[in-house]
Design a binder for this molecule. Structure first.
Ligand SMILES: O=C(O)C(=O)C[C@]1(C(=O)O)C=C[C@@H](O)C=C1
Length: 136
Protein backbone atom coordinates (compact mmCIF):
# COMPACT_ATOMS: atom_id res chain seq x y z
CA UNK A 1 0.00 0.00 0.00
CA UNK A 2 1.37 3.41 -1.01
CA UNK A 3 0.76 6.62 0.92
CA UNK A 4 -1.53 7.83 -1.90
CA UNK A 5 -3.97 4.91 -1.97
CA UNK A 6 -7.51 5.79 -0.82
CA UNK A 7 -7.33 3.79 2.42
CA UNK A 8 -4.06 5.46 3.47
CA UNK A 9 -5.38 8.92 2.58
CA UNK A 10 -8.57 8.28 4.57
CA UNK A 11 -6.57 7.02 7.54
CA UNK A 12 -4.36 10.13 7.52
CA UNK A 13 -7.31 12.49 7.23
CA UNK A 14 -9.11 10.68 10.07
CA UNK A 15 -6.04 11.00 12.26
CA UNK A 16 -6.20 14.79 11.75
CA UNK A 17 -9.95 14.81 12.42
CA UNK A 18 -9.36 12.94 15.69
CA UNK A 19 -6.72 15.49 16.72
CA UNK A 20 -9.02 18.39 15.87
CA UNK A 21 -11.93 16.80 17.79
CA UNK A 22 -9.66 16.35 20.82
CA UNK A 23 -8.61 20.01 20.61
CA UNK A 24 -12.28 21.05 20.37
CA UNK A 25 -13.14 19.07 23.50
CA UNK A 26 -10.25 20.63 25.43
CA UNK A 27 -11.14 24.14 24.24
CA UNK A 28 -14.79 23.64 25.14
CA UNK A 29 -13.85 22.29 28.58
CA UNK A 30 -11.69 25.39 29.16
CA UNK A 31 -14.48 27.69 27.96
CA UNK A 32 -16.98 26.04 30.33
CA UNK A 33 -14.48 26.41 33.19
CA UNK A 34 -14.45 30.18 32.52
CA UNK A 35 -18.21 30.43 32.16
CA UNK A 36 -18.70 28.47 35.40
CA UNK A 37 -16.70 31.20 37.16
CA UNK A 38 -18.75 33.87 35.36
CA UNK A 39 -21.96 32.12 36.51
CA UNK A 40 -20.79 32.12 40.12
CA UNK A 41 -19.77 35.80 39.90
CA UNK A 42 -23.15 36.74 38.40
CA UNK A 43 -25.11 34.70 40.97
CA UNK A 44 -23.15 36.23 43.86
CA UNK A 45 -23.86 39.76 42.66
CA UNK A 46 -27.45 39.23 41.52
CA UNK A 47 -26.62 39.78 37.84
CA UNK A 48 -28.86 38.15 35.20
CA UNK A 49 -27.64 34.85 33.67
CA UNK A 50 -27.95 36.16 30.09
CA UNK A 51 -26.47 39.32 28.54
CA UNK A 52 -28.08 39.81 25.10
CA UNK A 53 -25.88 42.85 24.31
CA UNK A 54 -22.70 40.86 24.86
CA UNK A 55 -24.11 37.98 22.77
CA UNK A 56 -24.85 40.35 19.88
CA UNK A 57 -21.20 41.52 19.90
CA UNK A 58 -19.92 37.93 20.09
CA UNK A 59 -22.10 36.82 17.16
CA UNK A 60 -21.04 39.78 14.99
CA UNK A 61 -17.37 39.10 15.74
CA UNK A 62 -17.65 35.35 15.17
CA UNK A 63 -19.49 35.84 11.87
CA UNK A 64 -16.63 38.09 10.65
CA UNK A 65 -14.00 35.57 11.77
CA UNK A 66 -15.91 32.71 10.11
CA UNK A 67 -16.19 34.63 6.87
CA UNK A 68 -12.42 35.33 6.86
CA UNK A 69 -11.74 31.65 7.55
CA UNK A 70 -14.11 30.46 4.78
CA UNK A 71 -16.46 28.91 7.32
CA UNK A 72 -20.22 29.40 6.86
CA UNK A 73 -21.10 32.38 9.17
CA UNK A 74 -24.63 30.97 9.71
CA UNK A 75 -23.12 27.76 10.99
CA UNK A 76 -20.71 29.70 13.26
CA UNK A 77 -23.63 31.68 14.68
CA UNK A 78 -25.72 28.54 15.30
CA UNK A 79 -22.76 26.83 16.97
CA UNK A 80 -22.10 29.81 19.29
CA UNK A 81 -25.81 30.10 20.14
CA UNK A 82 -25.91 26.39 20.98
CA UNK A 83 -23.01 26.79 23.42
CA UNK A 84 -24.34 30.01 24.95
CA UNK A 85 -27.80 28.48 25.56
CA UNK A 86 -26.09 25.70 27.54
CA UNK A 87 -24.00 28.26 29.49
CA UNK A 88 -27.15 30.22 30.39
CA UNK A 89 -28.78 26.99 31.62
CA UNK A 90 -25.76 26.44 33.88
CA UNK A 91 -25.86 30.08 35.09
CA UNK A 92 -29.55 29.68 35.96
CA UNK A 93 -28.83 26.50 37.91
CA UNK A 94 -26.03 28.23 39.85
CA UNK A 95 -28.30 31.20 40.63
CA UNK A 96 -31.09 28.86 41.78
CA UNK A 97 -28.76 26.89 44.04
CA UNK A 98 -27.41 30.18 45.48
CA UNK A 99 -30.96 31.14 46.41
CA UNK A 100 -31.14 33.93 43.85
CA UNK A 101 -34.39 32.80 42.30
CA UNK A 102 -32.69 31.39 39.23
CA UNK A 103 -33.84 32.14 35.71
CA UNK A 104 -36.49 34.70 36.50
CA UNK A 105 -34.56 37.00 38.74
CA UNK A 106 -32.59 39.93 37.42
CA UNK A 107 -30.62 42.68 39.10
CA UNK A 108 -33.56 44.98 38.40
CA UNK A 109 -36.14 42.95 40.28
CA UNK A 110 -33.71 42.51 43.15
CA UNK A 111 -33.50 46.29 43.44
CA UNK A 112 -37.31 46.37 43.30
CA UNK A 113 -37.37 44.45 46.59
CA UNK A 114 -35.54 47.23 48.42
CA UNK A 115 -37.48 49.02 51.15
CA UNK A 116 -37.53 52.82 51.42
CA UNK A 117 -34.66 52.68 53.94
CA UNK A 118 -32.59 50.97 51.25
CA UNK A 119 -32.57 47.57 52.91
CA UNK A 120 -33.14 44.58 50.69
CA UNK A 121 -36.14 42.48 51.72
CA UNK A 122 -34.63 39.60 49.80
CA UNK A 123 -35.62 37.88 46.57
CA UNK A 124 -39.24 38.43 45.62
CA UNK A 125 -39.57 34.79 44.65
CA UNK A 126 -39.25 33.78 48.31
CA UNK A 127 -37.29 30.72 49.33
CA UNK A 128 -35.30 29.53 46.36
CA UNK A 129 -34.30 26.44 48.34
CA UNK A 130 -37.53 24.92 47.07
CA UNK A 131 -36.49 25.41 43.45
CA UNK A 132 -35.15 22.36 41.64
CA UNK A 133 -31.63 22.61 40.27
CA UNK A 134 -31.56 22.71 36.49
CA UNK A 135 -28.33 20.88 35.83
CA UNK A 136 -28.11 17.75 33.76
O1 LIG B 1 -20.19 37.07 29.21
C1 LIG B 1 -21.13 36.71 29.92
O2 LIG B 1 -21.80 37.53 30.56
C2 LIG B 1 -21.46 35.30 30.03
O3 LIG B 1 -22.29 34.91 30.85
C3 LIG B 1 -20.83 34.35 29.07
C4 LIG B 1 -21.71 34.11 27.83
C5 LIG B 1 -20.87 33.18 26.90
O4 LIG B 1 -21.02 31.96 27.02
O5 LIG B 1 -20.06 33.70 26.14
C6 LIG B 1 -22.98 33.43 28.25
C7 LIG B 1 -24.15 34.12 28.48
C8 LIG B 1 -24.30 35.54 28.15
O6 LIG B 1 -25.56 35.80 27.61
C9 LIG B 1 -23.20 36.05 27.32
C10 LIG B 1 -22.02 35.39 27.14
Amino acid sequence: MSASDPQSLLKNLRASIDNIDAALVHMLAERFRCTQAVGELKATHGLPPADPGREKQQIERLRRLADDAQLDPDFAEKFLNFIIREVIRHHEAIAASNGNGGAGETRKNRIDTETSDGLDKGPILGSADALPTQMG
